[in-house]
Design a binder for this molecule. Structure first.
Ligand code: EPU
Length: 380
């Protein structure tokens, strides 16, 4: 239930594989462990660790690392027409939950497939990919409130979710320890396809994405063998061209896209995207466009997305334009296929290598585009 280890090696507990140690490592496997835990007696400060996939240990940790390992399997506990609530232990690997949902024919997390980390962290970080953020499917968060020493339920609406942001990272930092997350999934198809080449990848596989384009069924086109699937979560409108778009098929497509771009965590250490994508004003964007056209020709188009807060320009593009793809410092490297990611290429990169490369990237982007990139990875 509660295991404790002193002077613990954290290299297998952070996906960057930094060889650092902590004074005390505590693993909690059941909720009942919390009321019994004497927080004041633990070496301070205390860091609550999930999958260790979104942080950079910059040095040995002087206090306690508390690893939450509550791995309660998905429990399907309420179903209204079209809506399914599923509660999962905070320590369940998020992609295991995605795989489970796809296997059940449930829509919701499929675009978030293969994101490293655990379910608890998904709600802290508001993880996102391919047009979906976890806030879109969160229904409830159960947590231990350290301030009031009791379990509470937190409504996602009160978490101030934004792009990779939440109250858990700011106003509430250190207060709540998430023990379970309830996701709102759906048996009715709700594919999100218009981001980052998802639709194109499906169509290259011969999967029709027609219902999303037209918004209404096209029964005349329904011909050929329908793929075998769970049968659930499938509308008649989707049986087109011999393929049926299922959460499983979308999950597999997303996994294919990610594998082509992002490092395999089993092979090389990283923490996924190292920087956030900046959101800038239209005027600033025009200045960037002018620089890009001077560099790449008058017809050059700068990749960007319009958001309610301004124009989001991919940091990967800026880092690429600054010539940093594949650049090394010590054992660290800017990843060749996706320069938003810094990898522990040698397996023995030090925190200083990563931090040095981070500084170089920030300085180069700032000098060229007058944008200070903000790290997405939390520095500990
Ligand atoms: N690009 C380049 N050169 C490159 C790679 C990319 O110019 O070498 C440009 C391209 O224009 C491309 C654009 O950057 O279209 C965006 O690249 P990508 O689609 O890979 O997405 P991203 O904005 O760099 C974000 C998330 C990822 C998520 C993808 C897909 C952040 C910080 N990162 O990356 O999340 O998987 O979108 O939705 O928002 C993570 O958080 O760890 C993560 C991997």
């Amino acid at each position: 239930m509660i295991k404790k280890y002193t002077d613990f090696d954290l290299s297998a507990r952070n996906t960057f594989r930094m060889k650092v140690r902590c004074a005390l490592y505590v693993e909690v496997t059941e909720e009942v462990g919390f009321p019994a835990l004497d927080w004041a007696a633990l070496p301070q400060p205390i860091l609550v660790l999930g999958g260790g996939s979104n942080l950079l240990f910059t040095a040995d940790y002087p206090g306690t690392v508390l690893h939450l390992a509550i791995r309660t399997a998905p429990q399907l506990h309420e179903e209204k027409p079209g809506e399914v609530l599923v509660t999962v232990g905070a320590g369940v690997v998020f992609d295991d939950f995605c795989a489970w949902a796809a296997g059940e024919g449930l829509w919701g997390p499929e675009n978030l497939s293969l994101i490293p980390g655990e379910c608890g962290a998904s709600a802290v970080q508001n993880i996102g990919a391919y047009g979906v953020e976890v806030k879109d499917i969160l229904a409830d968060i159960r947590a231990w409130d350290r301030l009031e020493s009791r379990f509470v339920h937190i409504a996602p609406a009160s978490c101030a979710y934004g792009y990779r942001r939440s109250n858990f990272k700011t106003a509430w930092k250190g207060r709540y320890i998430i023990t379970a997350v309830t996701y709102r999934l759906s048996r009715d198809p709700r594919p999100v396809l218009d981001y980052g080449g998802v639709r194109k990848a499906l169509e290259e596989k011969g999967v029709s994405t027609y219902p999303e384009i037209s918004g209404h069924p096209r029964p005349d086109k329904r011909e050929g063998p329908a793929a075998e699937g769970s049968g659930r979560g499938r509308s008649e409108a989707e049986a087109i061209s011999g393929y049926v778009l299922t959460p499983q098929l979308l999950r597999e497509t997303i996994i294919g896209i990610r594998r082509a771009k992002l490092p395999d965590p089993a092979e090389v250490g990283s923490a996924g995207s190292f920087f956030c994508n900046p959101v800038i004003s239209r005027e600033h964007f025009h200045r960037i466009e002018a620089i890009a056209r001077a560099d790449n020709g008058p017809d050059y188009r700068v990749p960007h997305y319009d958001t309610p807060d301004g124009i989001k320009v991919p940091a990967a593009w800026m880092i690429d334009q600054c010539g940093f793809k594949g650049k090394r410092l010590g054992g660290a490297q800017v990843y060749q296929n996706q320069p938003l990611v810094i990898v522990n290429e040698s397996g023995s990169a030090t925190p200083e290598d990563i931090l040095g490369l981070e500084r170089q990237v920030i300085a180069a982007v700032s000098a060229k585009y007058a944008i200070i990139l903000r790290p997405e990875v939390e520095h500990i």
